[in-house]
Design a protein around this ligand. Structure first.
Ligand SMILES: Cc1cc2nc3c(=O)[nH]c(=O)nc-3n(C[C@H](O)[C@H](O)[C@H](O)COP(=O)(O)O)c2cc1C
Length: 455
């Protein structure tokens, strides 16, 4: 194992830096009107074969990983959007069976789960996929979710992150509860596992009491790749301590550079280096063979938006009920970020976007349609590649979350038209060289704390 880590660190030092690309998959596509577009297949959002096909497209493009977001409530979404609603770990297990290389990242909430459950599920997915599991750790932002889990009010933002820290503490103890060589498989003597190499978690804390060990042996990656996606102050501190990759929504190069630098500068506090954490801002590429064609697709999607749906989404992001307000008027006065108990960073991003560009509600809904606050770029494959290269080389990103506005076409176009340009520029792999998700991301396999202690 040490050899593998040393190899990975040597590679980090000697090979030129290249992009990491994650396909963020979303039902009929990321645009909130995608399901109405003739190229999408909303009738397939509960069809396993559809998602397996999307994963194979990502694999055809040698992308690092695919990713599913998740929320634990329906909200008011079903009237005007196509929702599959599959639980990500279940779905990714079925995708693992028909793919070989692509990483599989599932969202799961630390607020509405128990650590033993999640540690077991992610260890299972890591085994089932041969080391391709990743966990997007979220704290969950809405009271609608709380109401599905025995609470009238949502836990306070700060407490949610406190619980998340302890959750990770317990989960990593459980993943370390089996040393790598604990299974001895001695048929002669009738010994399956060396119980001297199994360790209790013996955790007693503020939120959890967990005995351990886990009932699943240590998995190929040691533990799943840890991803985080909240950009509030608490979120960034959480990422600096635990995350190996961070998904983030950033609108401008300057904002993205500031975020990147800020996050990386927090790492030494936790004994970590810049290379231990990758930053992946989201981008919704609206592709066309000419710029005019791309802009026309963007307009076509905007024309298909249902304003009532956009307004409801916006109300959620801004923590403010906007129903009934004139669409061609300005935003009302908004609360301060400190008073938001939901997703703080998205609130601030959207409020600043509206203020900076003086947008009416209708204009804001149109701007958010394709990426819900992530950057949207409409252009030719060359123009999209230029944008990715600029952010990558100017200290704003280590890679990107690719959010196709319409699926499957938007992902296929990205893979077949943008990826070849990135490859020609030496910015992206031409084939998979690693086997596990950690190897794709150039991140080492974590050492088991007990083995470390013994050394
Ligand atoms: C790309 C991306 C994907 C996210 N996916 C989810 C998700 O699937 N479920 C969820 O509850 N929150 C999701 N979030 C929100 C955050 O993970 C986090 O829970 C939220 O932003 C609150 O954190 P904050 O207040 O620190 O910003 C996502 C955020 C980003 C940037």
């Amino acid at each position: 194992m040490t050899t593998q880590n040393q190899q990975s660190q040597q590679n980090q030092q000697t090979t030129p830096r290249t992009l990491h690309l994650n396909a963020f998959l979303m039902n009929a596509g990321h645009h909130d009107a995608a399901w109405r577009h003739p190229d999408s297949s909303p009738e397939r959002v509960t069809d396993l074969a559809y998602f397996q096909e999307l994963a194979r497209i990502a694999e055809r493009g040698t992308l690092d990983s695919i990713f599913f977001a998740d929320g634990l409530a329906l909200w008011g979404k079903a009237r005007h959007n196509a929702l599959g609603g599959f639980e990500p770990l279940t779905l990714l297990a079925a995708i693992a069976a028909v793919t070989e290389h692509v990483g599989l990242i599932a969202t799961a909430s630390t607020t509405f789960n128990e650590p033993y459950h999640l540690a077991r599920k992610f260890a299972s997915l890591d085994h089932l996929s041969g080391g391709r599991a990743g966990w997007n750790i979220v704290t969950s932002g809405t009271v609608d979710e709380a109401r599905n889990f025995n609470r009238e009010e949502h836990l306070e933002h700060r407490i949610r992150y406190e619980r998340a820290h302890e959750f990770l503490d317990v989960a990593t103890k459980l993943w370390d509860s089996w040393e790598d060589d604990a299974i001895v498989l001695d048929k002669e003597r009738g010994i399956y596992a060396d119980t001297g190499r199994l360790h209790p978690a013996a955790h007693r804390g503020e939120h959890f009491a967990v005995a351990g060990p886990l009932n699943v042996p240590r998995s190929p990656q040691g533990h799943p790749l840890l991803v985080q996606a909240g950009s509030s102050e608490d979120g960034k501190e959480f990422a600096a301590r635990h995350a190996e990759a961070v998904f983030t929504a950033q609108q401008t190069l300057t904002d993205a550079q500031t975020f990147y630098k800020d996050l990386k500068s927090r790492l030494p506090r936790y004994g970590r280096t810049e290379r231990d954490l990758l930053v992946l801002p989201g981008i919704a590429p609206v592709l066309g063979s000419t710029e005019a064609e791309a802009k026309a697709l963007e307009r076509q999607l905007t024309d298909l938006q249902v304003p009532e749906y956009g307004l409801a989404q916006l109300s959620g992001m801004l923590g403010t009920d906007l129903t009934g307000l004139p669409l061609d008027g300005p935003l009302p006065d908004l609360p301060e970020e400190r008073d938001i108990n939901g997703n703080k960073s998205r609130f601030t991003l959207v409020a600043e976007l509206a203020r900076r560009d003086g947008l009416t509600l209708r204009e804001l809904i149109a701007r958010l349609g394709a990426g819900r606050g992530h950057r949207v770029v409409a252009g030719t494959p060359e123009q999209i590649a230029d944008q990715l290269e600029e952010w990558f080389t100017r200290g704003a990103a280590d890679g990107f979350n690719i959010m196709a506005p319409v699926l499957p076409t938007g992902l296929a176009d990205f893979v077949d038209q943008v990826v070849p340009i990135l490859r020609r520029r030496g910015l992206f792999r031409t084939e998979y060289t690693g086997r596990t998700l950690r190897e794709h991301y150039g991140l080492p396999r974590p050492a088991n704390r007990h083995a470390r202690a013994a050394v």
